[in-house]
Ligand binder design. Structure first.
Ligand code: G3P
Length: 226
């Protein structure tokens, strides 16, 4: 399962890249608005930091298929062909996906709340379908179950589309999808750091350090304990 960062704050992205095995960055208009910078300024900086081969996902804003296609062309011309054009999955979006997919662009079908949206996006050639796990929960359905169902629909219908699950609030949600072998998850830096935060682990490491110091002296390590 790939792991991506759902954020556009460059300092946060740099920190996660330094410590964690991540495969790229996803953004959406709300994430860009939080950063407060001009979209192409920040996206160009992100692209330059993560490199041309990493996945960068950027959403279109237009409401008609023709304009979405034009936005997709501009996004990829400025940010590289390995930029996934995120398209909301409504009727206009499906039409735009079909056109861009036939032209060979990478597409992420986004704003997915139901398995049938994911199925239709896969049928028109999206590379990824992005269900919003937490938001599905908030509507009274089960986001994990819905996402697993979408994954199974792809596998059972021989559709090449992968899941790119989004909208997480905790580690367990990601673990449950990882266990099911979905394609990718994207999460905030805070949720990614939460994947490894564990008081039990920190306390075990503290005990190891204290025991070693009692043997060799304060601040000694295997470098200078002789
Ligand atoms: O990319 C979609 C994702 O960012 C939604 O997350 O937390 O706004 O539901 P959230």
């Amino acid at each position: 399962m790939k792991l991506l960062i759902d954020d556009a704050r460059i300092e946060k992205i740099k920190r996660i890249y330094e410590f964690y095995p991540v495969d790229g960055v996803t953004t959406n208009p709300s994430i860009l608005a939080k950063g407060g910078r001009k979209p192409y300024d920040v996206l160009t900086e992100i692209r330059s930091f993560i490199g041309g081969d990493a996945e960068l996902h950027v959403q279109v804003i237009s409401r008609t298929a023709e304009d979405m296609v034009a936005e997709g062309h501009k996004i990829t011309s400025l940010l590289g062909i390995n930029t996934y054009i995120k398209i909301p999955t409504d009727a206009e979006g499906l039409k735009a996906m079909k056109i861009l997919s036939s032209e060979g662009y990478h597409i992420t079908a986004t704003t997915i709340y139901t398995p049938m949206q994911a199925f239709l996006a896969a049928k028109v050639g999206a590379d990824y379908a992005a269900p919003y796990v937490n938001r599905i929960d908030d509507l009274g359905s089960n986001g994990i179950q819905a996402t697993r169902c979408m994954h199974d629909i792809f596998v059972n219908n021989s559709l090449k589309t992968q899941i790119l699950a989004a909208s997480f609030k905790n580690s367990l949600q990601i673990q449950e999808l990882c266990e099911h072998g979905i394609g990718a998850c994207t999460a905030t830096p805070e949720v990614i750091e939460g994947l490894i935060k564990n008081a039990g682990v920190s306390s075990a490491i503290d005990v190891f350090n204290r025991d070693f110091e009692s043997l060799c002296g304060e601040n000694k390590t295997m470098l200078d304990c002789e």
